[in-house]
Design a protein around this ligand. Structure first.
Ligand SMILES: C[S@@+](CC[C@H](N)C(=O)[O-])C[C@H]1O[C@@H](n2cnc3c(N)ncnc32)[C@H](O)[C@@H]1O
Length: 464
């Protein structure tokens, strides 16, 4: 019935909008006929209703493409922030176009521009193409696409995620191309995230004076994986960052920012968006060299006075990796004489360590812990990979094997470990970290810990 009715109506539509065709391709699995009808474009009329990508594709597929629709209020907010004064004859590109949330919104108010979108997923592309025949939509991998034109505005919400094996990483559909990406992108470093490559490509496609406007995870501001990207940003233009924090995407915890890169300019501006109507300027600098981006303030600078970075006085190490311990011949899955639990973050508390409970399910001879990491053999400070910049530390005096957390080994014997551990757990340190990093990273990172200021007097073996 449904097919018959649709075919009849489809005769009046251009061939490519034929709904039966869309249905044949299973583009819109499980959606009701009413919804399907609304996918079709009416001449010169924006579509009345569009389902988010997450409802069109099955979960496995949209996840593997990092395909998440941008909420309309965020699209409008980004357009407001864009600072574009004259929307005329601009070349506008939405990379990872999905269902063209940005192009559609701009087109509604400013149709006299040139609209381009690049989308890698065929099903999504087919729908977008039939919805928006007025746009130049291209079915391609944006990261490998080679247009011959430059753009005034590159705007959108790129996919987020690390490209790798399906078992560990979200973006596995593009895994085959990872080597090609690595060869192309100068900012690729470590466990790079696909959004970093979208930024590099987006900026490279801009005219001088053009703008890139993306909503992105906050992690590029701080993590080491993005150190080349930050340099690239600093060299390419002025970075204007609006910190939104978590809760922008429903049901997801990712903290986000809106990044505007003005190609050819210089400097950095950082804002905090309390809500879409209240924006606070944190700072503006005419120079930016590509360092980590944090919420520096008079308070943070005052706190840093008379102090030295923790990384100057401690060597900071990651714990032995899980597979390393699991596969070690001395590891046992049962308690036994001379064996102790391999400790995890759950064993670590402010100022004390629970040496009894075995959360890892793995046991190891305490006398051989140094076989896993030599520093396990000496008394040292353990700091948790805790959430939201919180610092939790304790001294491991029993020299146990660890499967997790960060391990601080003093560079000098004169350091008073008790004082340092107590200081790291103190309220002023928690306040400093919370205000400086907000929720930029999901967990405390090695870099943040290395930069944490501790009183000089600790380093000299004395007390404050
Ligand atoms: C986060 S969604 C954004 C969709 C839409 N622009 C929006 O803002 O609602 C990212 C989109 O990029 C597409 N995508 C993922 N990898 C891509 C690639 N390498 N090239 C082009 N598009 C890609 C996904 O299929 C998805 O539609």
């Amino acid at each position: 019935m449904l097919n018959l009715g649709l075919k009849k109506r489809a005769k009046h539509m251009r061939g490519k909008y034929i709904l039966a065709e869309a249905k044949r391709k299973s583009l819109v699995r499980g959606l009701e006929a009413k919804t399907l009808n609304n996918f079709r474009s009416r001449e010169n009329e924006p579509p009345q209703y569009k389902a988010p990508i997450e409802q069109i594709l099955d979960k496995e597929t949209w996840k593997s493409y990092g395909a998440v629709s941008t909420p309309p209020e965020i699209v409008s907010f980004m357009l407001k922030l864009s600072g574009v004064k004259t929307w005329e004859s601009l070349r506008i590109l939405e990379p990872g176009a999905g269902l063209c949330e940005f192009l559609e919104k701009i087109y509604q108010n400013h149709p006299n521009n040139y609209f381009y979108g690049v989308e890698a997923n065929r099903d999504i592309y087919d729908i977008a193409h039939s919805l928006f025949p007025q746009f130049h939509l291209i079915l391609e991998d944006f990261l490998l696409w080679k247009p011959e034109i430059e753009f005034d505005l590159v705007i959108g919400n790129p996919p987020y995620g690390i490209i790798g094996d399906q078992s560990h990483y979200p973006i596995h559909i593009l895994k085959k191309k990872k080597e090609a990406y690595k060869a192309i992108f100068s900012t690729w470093y470590g466990k790079y995230n696909i959004y970093g490559a979208f930024i590099e490509k987006g900026i490279n496609l801009l005219k001088n004076g053009g703008k890139l406007i993306f909503i992105l995870p906050t992690t590029f501001m701080v993590l080491d994986e993005f150190k080349l990207l930050r340099k690239f940003l600093a060299l390419s233009g002025k970075a204007i960052i609006y910190y939104l924090g978590p809760k922008i995407f429903q049901g997801r915890t990712v903290a986000t920012v809106i990044l505007i890169c003005e190609k050819g300019s210089k400097g950095i501006e950082l804002f905090e968006v309390k809500n879409l109507k209240e924006i606070i300027k944190c700072y503006e600098r005419s120079d930016y060299e590509g360092g980590i981006i944090k919420f520096e303030s008079n308070d943070s600078r005052t706190f840093e006075k008379g102090k030295i970075a923790l990384g100057e006085v401690f060597d900071i190490h990651f714990a032995a990796r899980s597979p390393e311990i699991k596969n070690h011949p001395k590891t046992s899955t049962r308690a036994g004489p001379g064996l102790v639990p391999a400790l995890t973050g759950r064993n670590l508390h402010k100022g004390w360590i629970d040496y009894e409970k075995c959360f890892s399910g793995l046991y190891f001879p305490v006398s051989d812990a140094k076989l896993l990491r030599d520093f396990y053999g000496i008394s040292h400070i353990v700091v948790g990979h805790t959430k939201a910049g919180k610092v939790v530390s304790a001294i491991d005096q029993k020299c146990y094997p660890w499967r997790e957390e960060l391990h601080l080994v003093p560079k000098s014997r004169e350091l008073d470990l008790e004082k340092v551990a107590e200081y790291l757990n103190s309220e002023p340190v928690q306040e400093y970290m919370k205000n400086l990093y907000k929720e930029i990273t999901p967990h405390l990172t090695m870099t943040q810990l290395k930069l944490l200021p501790i009183p000089f007097s600790f380093a000299k073996g004395g007390l404050l």
